[in-house]
Write a protein of this length. Structure first.
Lengths: 366, 366
């Protein structure tokens, strides 16, 4: 695991140079059931959970029942919930699609205001479970370190705790946080991740689904509007000077779309050109920071009426080396490798998106 | 139901003049079970609920399991949830405590961003249920009209729909709303209520438990901090000019405490005295608007180490004719009439709090 530096992506080994790795899935969701969580908590927090429950507000039915509660209809194990059985996930994802590596983005612990001691234990439990039940038994699973992100010193402790274990390839944040991601509150976490060569993945969702303009009434509304939160967080990261201050930080915008990033770069550069005196910490145009520091996963990818419009977006937007294939298994809107990308993409670009970019970013080159 | 005008509370009939009514409970919570809601929805929204579920974020376990999920241990009917069986509530509350009247504050429908059509039907269903299953069969039940408050034109329609029915004595809002309660968004609802002589009750809670300074980690924290939301809403109502614009509006602050109101009046008057040019719509001191327009329920009442401190607060704060007794049945922190008030309160004040004030406010004088 020796990540390449972000400033030399074009000199890194191309997809062709690593033919042994043909498919990397950068967004898979393992989920612990409540009894599994209970088993791994200390007596203090187990008792707290039993007697007082959780305090994080959630949408009781975040996914429509009419879409199998958000899950692939075939993804329920006999006992448990989709994503709770590593054996079933192995069969349905790794084996069926011949996936070389898949990144486990566990979302169980992305709570912002359960007590910090509980948040720390919950995230530790998720990582222990991923390590013991998924990553150790099967070398194809890569891990995202779940952290109690809104308690930064505890999040840094959790990152440090994983130093002795292999194949942790990123740290994961929800897109909805207590403060915008540019806030200095989170910098110590970014610094800890960057120091270990770990990108930080920002995944759509989190306890707060406000979406920036009132609360959504419909799932279809939320499904699309997650991308506005991701955009807002990206602007916060750039304008907050995070990339200027932490040159080794890499961000993976996950499940928030990508086509918008082209227009965002245009607009943000234009605003910066007339307002740069306000943010003298930015030594380069915003688009350059985004270009050097930010990757995007494909699922759910934008699908224009003419698929070639997306091809042009990738080419003209210089996104070919910044896109990472993802299925979102076991969710209902799973993208299979066969259907995820428009046919008009160049062969080399497809290879990069399916594996090459992830190999470079996560240091997977054989 | 001929409410007295708020400007002449001292000339209204005293508690002694209505000896036939000795106990009015101003905060009781009937609750529909999900199947009961389903039964009363149209096919369009029943199908929506079945296939897409609710979109309002909630704390899954808002009450501690260790406090019987927030309910009196004896309040579960054989089939259903506490507050769903009018017969059990009649026995445990009206009969056991010899309650003359009790106000039904249904909270099922206080959702801010489920689709408006659904919010309208849900609140209509609650009111239909209260009318048919509670109020018509037993004349001691009084009703609070549940409204889709964040869709004002639909809320006004619901108030109008109840014109032909008797014993609706107030309109109910949650304390946590999309906009502060002083916002003009809500004025049409206040006007509709005031025009019918109905107070508006503002009840602690609502989908958004942000409490004004981050999200609470603990129930004990939230239980107390609800009063800060109520305070903030009261300031918004005053400063937003609501009472100045709608002189007949009466507000019942429910389950948010009361002792704080004395200090709040001092502070707000002081601020107004040096800033009144900012809010020229206020023709009188804030404390005068509060004095004339605002009532408070007792449960959960503040309990100082020396109970006489509370007695002095009531006396010096001129609250004797503004306090309304409440049990909060069927919740775990039920206040029985025997224990709710400190013994040091004057007999006449006790009589006012237990019944006289409610008789005046709700026009219950025999």
């Amino acid at each position: 695991m020796t990540p390449t530096t972000s400033s030399t992506p074009s000199s890194a080994p191309s997809a062709e140079a690593t033919p042994a790795v043909a498919l990397v899935d950068c967004d898979v969701h393992p989920t612990m059931t409540p009894p599994m969580v209970m088993e791994r908590l200390s007596a203090r927090w187990r008792r707290h959970l039993e007697r007082f429950g959780r305090r994080t507000p959630v949408i009781t039915e975040i996914y429509p029942r009419a879409r199998n509660a958000g899950m692939r209809a075939d993804s329920w194990p006999e006992d448990g919930v989709p994503g709770s059985d590593p054996e079933l996930a192995r069969r349905q994802l790794l084996d069926e699609w011949d996936v070389d590596f898949a990144v486990l983005n566990g979302l169980n612990g992305q709570d912002c205001f359960d007590p910090p001691g509980f948040a720390a234990e919950l995230n530790r439990a998720i990582n222990d479970w991923l390590w013991e039940d998924w990553m150790e038994p099967d070398g194809r699973w890569l891990g995202a370190i779940a952290v109690p992100h809104d308690y930064p010193e505890l999040a840094v402790e959790e990152i440090e705790r994983r130093v002795g274990e292999k194949r942790w390839v990123q740290v994961i944040f929800p897109a909805s946080t207590q403060e915008p991601l540019g806030s200095r509150k989170y910098w110590s976490i970014y610094e800890a991740a960057a120091a270990r060569g770990l990108p930080v993945a920002v995944h759509s969702g989190g306890y707060d689904t406000h979406l920036g303009a009132g609360w959504p009434s419909f799932y279809v509304e939320e499904h699309q509007a997650f991308s506005t939160v991701v955009q807002r967080q990206l602007v916060s990261l750039v304008c907050g000077g995070v990339f200027a201050a932490i040159p080794d930080l890499k961000i993976v915008m996950t499940e928030g779309g990508v086509a918008w990033s082209v227009a965002l770069r245009w607009a943000l550069d234009e605003a910066w050109s007339v307002l740069r005196e306000e943010v003298p910490e930015l030594e380069r145009a915003p688009s350059e920071y985004i270009r050097d520091h930010v990757w995007f996963t494909t699922q759910p990818i934008e699908e224009p009426d003419d698929p070639d419009d997306f091809v042009r977006t990738v080419e003209r937007g210089r996104l070919a080396d910044r896109l990472l294939f993802a299925t979102d298994y076991p969710h209902w809107d799973f993208d299979s490798p066969k259907q995820a990308l428009p046919r008009g993409l160049a062969k080399e670009t497809r290879a990069r998106i399916f594996a090459g970019n992830a190999c470079e970013l996560y240091g997977l080159a054989a």
